[in-house]
Ligand binder design. Sequence first.
Ligand SMILES: C[S@@+](CC[C@H](N)C(=O)[O-])C[C@H]1O[C@@H](n2cnc3c(N)ncnc32)[C@H](O)[C@@H]1O
Length: 331
Amino acid sequence: MIHVFRFLKKRPSKKRTTKESRNMTASTCDAQTPSTSEITTKGSEDSSIRHRTDSNGRRFRDDVAYVLPVDDTEMDRVHQQHWMLKVLFDGNFKAPVESALEEGMQVLDSGCGPATWTLELANTYPKSTFHGTDISSNFPKTIKPANCNFYVHNITERSEFQGNYFGFIHQRLLVAGLLVDDWEKVLQEHWRTLAPGGWIELMELPVAKTVNIGPKLAALFNIFVEMCKAKGLHWQITNHLEGMLERLGFVNIKVQEVELPINHESTVSKLAWEDMLDLYKAIKPVIVKSMPELADDERYLEYLEACGEECNKNKMFGYFYRIWGQKPPTA
Ligand SMILES: C[S@@+](CC[C@H](N)C(=O)[O-])C[C@H]1O[C@@H](n2cnc3c(N)ncnc32)[C@H](O)[C@@H]1O
């Protein structure tokens, strides 16, 4: 298992040429599924999308709420995070959809990022068709399974997917991208496009929930939380998802919260620390605004290293949360 882990750890990093970037559009390659133009074309990555590069050289979207970078380095982090979460939760989903996936159904991965989850499931369940959406086209454009389609789409807007279409909707880690008012809209849209009897599964991070956090890492956590609050993000969304799903009419709702050791001795805890390290490297300019004494790169890395040692010594834990529920067959 560890061997597989390490092997899969880094996504081959592909630098895009200007020509490839210009040609990026929503992509589809499966004749059984609606064509791109029938679904979501307005989000195709084009000149209306604004990016900014921060003082750290990291690339961000400048026209949406999402606060994390959308560059290749971040996609490597998200890709690696997938394998960590798969081990932590002992699988890729918990909703009871295994046999429907084997028989064949339409699946949405909302905010799919580099699409590691989407691609893995598309390979495992060849009779099902997978649709990944994201505001940035970091998903594969050409080399992908035939049962996979990807679309540039802002999930806070109505999609062009028809109603009652999907048997399963999966959405993971949008806490850094959706504002307080966005969540109801996004979930209403999922309700609309989910078929009666279909399942939704959401995984999120209870941002500030920790055990045994030391003062050095706590200082970084506080800055991250303040940034989320200042941007209007729903950083405590995990406290609200169950009520939101109930109000929409979902049934058979179940919740699972799993403790994640950070930088103890296990492989998963080492991956968790690497993930956190990459995250704090990505938002260095935000941290340095509040802690200017860390502006120097070497000083910043030393501080992060000290945070890692603190986690190890204190036996620190973070948490991940997932919730799944069903649209009633009679809805
Ligand atoms: C932390 S990544 C998680 C990616 C993927 N769900 C996973 O777990 O591997 C969050 C993703 O959400 C996307 N995102 C953020 N805001 C979005 C929005 N409003 N609409 C669509 N995608 C969005 C980002 O571009 C990024 O790829």
